[in-house]
Design a protein around this ligand. Structure first.
Ligand code: NAP
Length: 329
């Protein structure tokens, strides 16, 4: 039997995937709670054939050139922490985990939307602090979700799953994407809108694009000023899609009513950051895919991608399929 390939795994992931990797490879696994420092990654990959990484690891050309990686397998669907162009140029396929975290992330998005609409954190705080004394005819009035207008920016896998939930609440659902999605429009009763129209009409704006150069700060001051004063912004995509400084001002000055964020820029965000302190903003620690089921499936897919790459096979879930033009010449 030949020598097993060497791989570096940048954090302990569910056994459903890690067990498979350990069986087929000589795997070194970073066991700490916080991500490995960059220097550690650079040293670890120097003799590795494969890297299994997380969205908190920056995987750029320097990391790729520190060794002779044959595959990079990301334990996430978003791959904005990986320089895909550099990987493609070097003939390194990059795996990711689309689909299996869609419903979990859509559930979390809707949880955030409803928690912000109905001011749940303020309600909990009121009870826990002993400030709640009686049923209040005017206390903690929020926004009605049922029948309101939802604006989905990025009608991909997660955006569509959120739109379905919105339709379940009899919401009027507008969407904006790079293209019309005629079939989904018809199937779910969705309405295509320009970004400006969507921002101006939606009671809830939910962001679901990947982080790309075109979507970096897509929700900037102009976008926030276009939203209705009673509107709520939900972001469970990537923090950098929203201009943090502009959002703080929007929430402080009442351009919009509230925000609910699973992702922030910076991330992690400090406890004394205005977004964390503001009463009309909910921040949770990037838990979109954090269900037992989704994380197990993600681990299995990440392992499948890693092993396929090590065997020289096409990755079942590849984030840079154009790499095969480079590999196949
Ligand atoms: P997806 O299926 O690729 O959907 C993204 C959609 O956004 C696509 O329809 C895409 O259109 C569209 N889009 C791209 N650029 C746009 C733009 N400038 N304006 C409007 N729409 C645009 O991806 P997904 O699986 O739904 O995931 C979306 C993102 O969610 C991921 O990239 C990741 O960053 C984030 N995410 C977060 C969590 C979490 O834990 N909070 C979990 C999972 C994923 P095209 O196909 O034409 O480009």
């Amino acid at each position: 039997m030949g020598q097993q390939p060497k791989v570096y795994v940048t954090r302990s992931i569910p056994e459903a995937g890690l067990g498979v990797v350990r069986e087929a490879c000589q795997a070194r696994v970073w066991q700490e709670k916080l991500p490995p420092p960059r220097q550690v990654i650079l040293e670890e990959v120097s003799d590795c054939d494969g890297l299994l990484c997380l969205l908190s690891d920056e995987v750029d050309a320097t990391v790729m050139d520190a060794g002779e990686l044959r595959v990079i397998s990301q334990y996430a669907v978003g791959v904005d922490n990986i320089d895909l162009e550099a990987a493609t140029a070097r003939g390194i396929p990059v795996g990711h985990t689309p689909g299996v975290l869609t419903e979990a992330t859509a559930d979390l998005t809707f949880t955030l939307l409803m928690a912000a609409a109905r001011r749940i954190p303020e309600g909990i705080e009121k009870v826990q602090s002993g400030a709640w004394q009686t049923w209040e005819p005017m206390g903690l009035l929020g926004a009605q979700v049922w029948g309101a207008t939802l604006g989905v920016i990025g009608l991909g896998r997660i955006g569509t799953a959120v739109a379905r939930r919105g339709r379940g609440f009899q919401m009027r659902v507008l969407y904006h994407d790079t293209e019309h999605k005629w079939k989904l429009e018809e199937e779910l009763g969705l309405i295509y809108a320009s970004l400006e129209e969507l921002l101006g009409e939606a009671d809830f704006v939910s962001v679901h694009t990947p982080l790309l150069p075109e979507t970096q700060q897509l929700i900037d001051e102009g976008a926030l000023r276009r939203m209705k004063p009673q509107a709520i912004l939900v972001n469970a995509a990537r923090g950098e899609i929203v201009d943090t400084q502009a959002l703080v001002r929007a929430l402080e000055e009442g351009w919009i009513a509230g925000a609910a964020l699973d992702v922030t820029d910076p991330e992690p965000i400090s406890a004394d950051h205005p977004l964390v302190r503001l009463e009309n903003c909910i921040v949770v620690p990037h838990i979109g895919s954090a269900t037992v089921r989704a994380r197990e499936r993600m681990a299995e897919m990440a392992a499948q991608n890693l092993l396929a790459g090590l065997r020289g096979e096409r990755l079942p879930y590849c984030a840079n399929p154009q790499v095969y033009q480079v590999i196949d010449g």
